[in-house]
Design a binder for this molecule. Structure first.
Ligand code: PLP
Length: 368
C-alpha cells in the first residue's frame, strides 16, 4: 500500500459544495481583497486563539514581519530565534532590518531552549521569536519571564501550531504577538497563501492593520509607509469554513501520533518525540529521529511511503546566512536533529490501515 505524505483532496472533498458556494458569494460581492469575509474570519480566528485581535495578512512570513515592524523592531536591533525552523522565521527578522541571533533548541521539545536564552541577550536585543515547531509549543513560561526581565518583546512563530496549547493557553495568545501561516498544507490551510497576526494589544493591532494596507489610516491617507499584505477575500471565506473542523482535525492528528508512537517505540535506531508535559501539541508534522536518515527516507520513498525532512539544513548553516559567520558545531543540537529528523505521513484523514502500512515499511527498512 502506498501512503501519501499529505492528502489534501481527502481533506477537501467532504466540504467541496460548501467551499464552492462560499467562493461564489465572494465573486457575487466583489469582495476580493480584504473585505467582509476576511473581517469575519479575523473575528472567528481571534476567538479560536483566545486572543483579543487577529489581523489577516498575505502569508505567515508577512505575519512575522509585520508583527516585528509593529513592535518597532528595526535597524541595529537583534532578534533571538532558533536555527531549527523554516527559513521564513529568520527572513522576517532580516527584512525588518534586524539581525537574527540564534539560540539552540532543547533536545526533548525541539523548541527554543530557555536555559540558553539569557546568554544570547545583548544591549541590542529587542525581541525573541520562539518557534512552536511541528505543532508543539515552546516552553513559554521561562521565555516570557526572561523577556519581562530584559524588557523584550515576544513574537510566537505559531505557523505550525494552530490550536496547540501550553498549560491550557492557546498558541498565539501568550506573547506580545503570534504569527500564523495558512499555507495549504498547514493544520488550517487556505486555497492559496494566507497568514494572520494575533495579539491582545489594541495599539499593536491597529499598527499592523495600517502597515498591511499601504500604511493607510483611511483610503488614500497614508500615515506611515506600509506594504500590501492584505488577505484575499476568497481565502477569508474558505478559512472560515475550515476553522469549524480544525479542532476535529487536530484531535485526529493527535490520535494518529499516539498510534505511531506506540507502534514505533523501542526500535533501536529510531526515536519517537514524546509530547512535552506542559502542553498539547497539534502535530502539524509527525517527526521521528532516525539513524542513517537519508537511506531510510530513500527506501521508504521507493516503497511508496511519502516522507519529508523538516529541515535538512538549519538556518545558521544556510548559504544565505553565511554572512553571520556561523559554522558546523555552532548549534550542535539543531545540527544533530537536522541529520536525524524524518517526517512521516500525517493528516487528519489518515486511516489506521495507512498508519499500519507506514509502520510495517519503517520496520522493514530499519531491519534491512
Ligand atoms: C515555522 C514557520 N514559520 C514561518 C512560515 C512562513 O509561512 P508562509 O509560508 O505562509 O509564509 C512557515 C511556513 O511554512 C513555518 O513553518
Amino acid at each position: 500500500m502506498s501512503v501519501p505524505f499529505l492528502d489534501l483532496k481527502a481533506h477537501h472533498d467532504p466540504h467541496r459544495a460548501e467551499f464552492l458556494a462560499a467562493i461564489g458569494e465572494v465573486i457575487d460581492c466583489n469582495a476580493f481583497a480584504g473585505g467582509p469575509y476576511v473581517a469575519k474570519f479575523e473575528e472567528e480566528f481571534a476567538v479560536y486563539c483566545e486572543a483579543k485581535h487577529a489581523i489577516a495578512v498575505g502569508n505567515g512570513t508577512d505575519a512575522l514581519w509585520l508583527a516585528l515592524l509593529g513592535l518597532g523592531v528595526g535597524a541595529g536591533d537583534e532578534v533571538i530565534t532558533v536555527p531549527s525552523t523554516f527559513m521564513a522565521t529568520a527572513e522576517a527578522i532580516t527584512y525588518a532590518g534586524a539581525k537574527p541571533v540564534f539560540v539552540d533548541i532543547d533536545e526533548r521539545s525541539c523548541t527554543l531552549d530557555p536555559a540558553r536564552l539569557e546568554q544570547a541577550i545583548t544591549p541590542r536585543t529587542k525581541a525573541i521569536v520562539p518557534v512552536h515547531l511541528f505543532g508543539q509549543m515552546a516552553d513559554m513560561d521561562p521565555i516570557m519571564e526572561i523577556a519581562r526581565k530584559h524588557k523584550l518583546y515576544v513574537v510566537e512563530d505559531a505557523c505550525q501550531a494552530h490550536g496547540a496549547t501550553y498549560k491550557g493557553r492557546k498558541a498565539g495568545s501568550i506573547g506580545h504577538a503570534g504569527a500564523f501561516s495558512f499555507y495549504p498544507g498547514k493544520n488550517l490551510g487556505a486555497f492559496g497563501e494566507g497568514g494572520a497576526v494575533t495579539t491582545n494589544d489594541p495599539v499593536l493591532c491597529r499598527k499592523i492593520q495600517v502597515l498591511r494596507d499601504h500604511g493607510q489610516d483611511k483610503k488614500y491617507y497614508h500615515s506611515v509607509i506600509g506594504w500590501n499584505c492584505r488577505m484575499d477575500g476568497i481565502q477569508g471565506a474558505v478559512l472560515s469554513i475550515k476553522l469549524r473542523t480544525l479542532e476535529q482535525g487536530n484531535a485526529a492528528r493527535r490520535a494518529h501520533a499516539k498510534r505511531y508512537d506506540g507502534a514505533l517505540a523501542g526500535l533501536p535506531t529510531l526515536r519517537v518525540l514524546p509530547p512535552a508535559s506542559y502542553g498539547i501539541p497539534v502535530y502539524h508534522l509527525y517527526v521521528v529521529r532516525v539513524q542513517q536518515r537519508d537511506r531510510v527516507l530513500d527506501a521508504l520513498t521507493k516503497r511508496g511511503i511519502g516522507c519529508g525532512i523538516h529541515y535538512p539544513i538549519p538556518v545558521h548553516l544556510q548559504q544565505a546566512y553565511a554572512g553571520l559567520g556561523h559554522g558546523v558545531g555552532s548549534f550542535p543540537v539543531a545540527e544533530r536533529c537536522a541529520h536525524e529528523f524524518l517526517s512521516l505521513p500525517m493528516f487528519p484523514e489518515l486511516t489506521p490501515e495507512q498508519i499500519a502500512a507506514v509502520v510495517t515499511e519503517v520496520k522493514a527498512v530499519l531491519a534491512a
